[in-house]
Design a protein around this ligand. Structure first.
Ligand SMILES: Nc1ncnc2c1ncn2[C@@H]1O[C@H](COP(=O)(O)OP(=O)(O)OP(=O)(O)O)[C@@H](O)[C@H]1O
Ligand SMILES: [Mg+2]
Length: 114
């Protein structure tokens, strides 16, 4: 089992959820988040009434899914294909090993619990 965590642009959230629904995904978790990457939140400067201002932290969405190992490639490919614009700030994907999972209702464990 792996946890796939991706941080994506706010505009990417709806198309991403739509695309993930086409895969056999058991569930997902979404959080509004703030952060910055290599540009330190600087080079996506906004202009308001002719004045450029810089907001250090970017608002993004974090989408987390725990999947079976054989689903990882499909999920990652889907995330990249939906969210890549090739502009800075497209986001990031992190993949974590998951030691165990328990489905509370049934007591199932491991892959069966996902
Ligand atoms: N190393 C990191 N650790 C944790 N979160 C990160 C990391 N890098 C980026 N993030 C999160 O992902 C968001 C998007 O990052 P972003 O796409 O700007 O990454 P980047 O490395 O700067 O790539 P790019 O050069 O394409 O902009 C950030 O606002 C931050 O919330
Ligand atoms: Mg960046």
């Amino acid at each position: 089992m792996k946890k796939i965590e991706c941080i994506v642009r706010t505009v990417s959230l709806e198309p991403l959820i739509g695309a993930l629904e086409q895969l056999d995904i058991a569930g997902l978790n979404i959080t509004q988040t703030m952060g910055y990457g290599h540009q330190k939140g600087a080079s996506e400067a906004h202009v308001y009434r002719g004045v450029e201002y810089t907001v250090k932290l970017r608002e993004k969405f974090k989408v987390e899914l725990v999947v079976n190992d054989e689903q990882v490639e499909d999920v990652v490919n889907t995330i990249v294909s939906v969210t890549r614009t090739k502009q800075v700030g497209d986001g990031k994907i992190f993949i974590y090993p998951i030691e165990d999972a328990i489905r509370i209702r049934t007591g199932e464990k491991g892959n069966a619990a996902v």
